[in-house]
Design a protein around this ligand. Sequence first.
Ligand code: F6R
Length: 607
Amino acid sequence: MCGIVGFTGSRKAAPILLKGLTRLEYRGYDSAGIAVLHDGAIEVDKVSGRIAKLSEKTKDGSLVPGVIGIGHTRWATHGAPTDINAHPHLSNDGKFAVVHNGIIENYLALREELIADGYVFQSETDTETIVHLLEMYYTGDIKSAVMKTASRLEGSYALGIVSTDAPETLFVVRESSPLILGIGVGENYFASDVTALVAHTKNVIYMEDGEIAELSPNAISVYDCTGQKITKPVSRVTWNVEAAEKGGYDHFMLKEIMEQPAAVKAALAPRIHEGQIRLDDFELTAEDLKDVRKIIITACGSAYYAGCSGRYVIERLCRIPVEVELASELRYADPMVDEHTLVLVISQSGETADTIAALKECRSRGAKIIGIVNVVGSTIAKLADYTLYTWAGPEIAVATTKGFTTQLAVLYLFAVYAAEKLGRLSPEKYDSLIRQLMNLPKRIQEAIDMNYQIPSVASRYASQSLFFIGRNTDYAIALEGALKMKEISYLHAESYAAGELKHGTIALIDENQPVIAVCCNEVLADKTLSNIVEVKARGAKVLALAFRGNTKIVSQADDVIFIPRVDAVFSAILAVVPLQLLAYYAAKEKGCDIDKPKNLAKSVTVE
Ligand code: F6R
């Protein structure tokens, strides 16, 4: 959940490290630090709080001399977010500094052992054990000390190491945490995410588990876990630095909401050729699909809600039973999965620890895995049998928006593709669904354009507590709408299947309890309308979300947000957009830190 960067070259390192950390701040933002080597000594600057505080302390890095260094932005796991617990951590002899993303699970045993050997700890972190192990194993060969240290660590780590005994060389090693090397001209870099590298280079190397690398200004050498030198492919990043900047918007979240028409187009268009879906990434035959007895969708948070929504679409079109499971539950559920189960693993980051564990659990029982992933080269993309990239581009705001809608787009593609292969669609229905899929980017743009009044609606509805209700795909979107509201505006929000209210929850409804009713599924619209009438009868103010032209709803709800009309199976991808805007403007009204909500981080790499 933390972000790490490193630089070696002939330019001043500290300003480059700070800029890189700023781009990684979405990964964790409770403390930050840099370590830069100069004149044979390592200078460490670290603070609790945001990178801006560190930049202020070091005058944007200008006060820190040196052309090689490492940096870290933290999401605290072991030890409070204090200056002392911030990374980098230094060895007792001052020879090594380390930054770490991940968790060392056996750190307590290691800590006891190291203390018994006379090492003095400054912090409460798991990471500090690593730097003392390096000192312990170092006898003149840093790579060998790194390998010996790594062999003692259990858990997940991407480590960046600088040493006074290697004045031009950085060392890195990875296990279950993302790590990417950037290839420059006369300078090289490492980072947790390409967003920290694209300002300098588009040529990158994705490190795999167990690999170690040495980076000097003019060379990068990568070794496998036995120390053998290996040749790694160089990949080219396809997007520009502007994609990772705010581009005139107040927040990344708003920019990413506005990017959804383009992002959904990027997910869909390259896979639809002459009216036919072709999954560029792989092909499933009718026989493969006929062999599937059930589909399990697993994910966390919003990605799980994308799965909840996708389930209805897959079941409706393919008539294959679909179960949607929270990855954190599935991994320990002794799941009923076998070689006839197809598992769709959804993750924007591709690094979510619970989702990775659920994937491995299902794989061990013989299931085929399709990853629906945004971040290229991420762990889930590598572990899956097949990967369908969502092509949303970098998502920086902690609350996902375009990550979510592109997940839906890919689930829709998959559903139509599989239904056609299984012979469940008439040619006319298939053509009509394809046409509608192709039109979704335009419809999303309309859903944005026609809802210019949302800031004022948000200010009227942003009260202490909100209920979101809906049925079927509307319910899935109500869940996502409530999560968006909670995480960025800190308003209490609950989501209920509309028909479930009367089984207890309706006791909470009164004139102080606004209800947001998602009512886009036309088959069930009248049913949800009855629930609107029920809550209104108990005094609730109701904001409804419906298809343009739904006149019945206008007479019942206090306010209505409209979206363009589409086939009910695809309504969720439109319905979620106004709810994202509603949460955004509610949070803005409350003065919240929208892109970096409290206690959260973008990529949840801990259990
Ligand atoms: C909410 C949000 C999270 C993520 C969840 C899974 O806005 O972003 O709920 O959806 O942490 O993350 P990924 O998709 O990276 O596995």
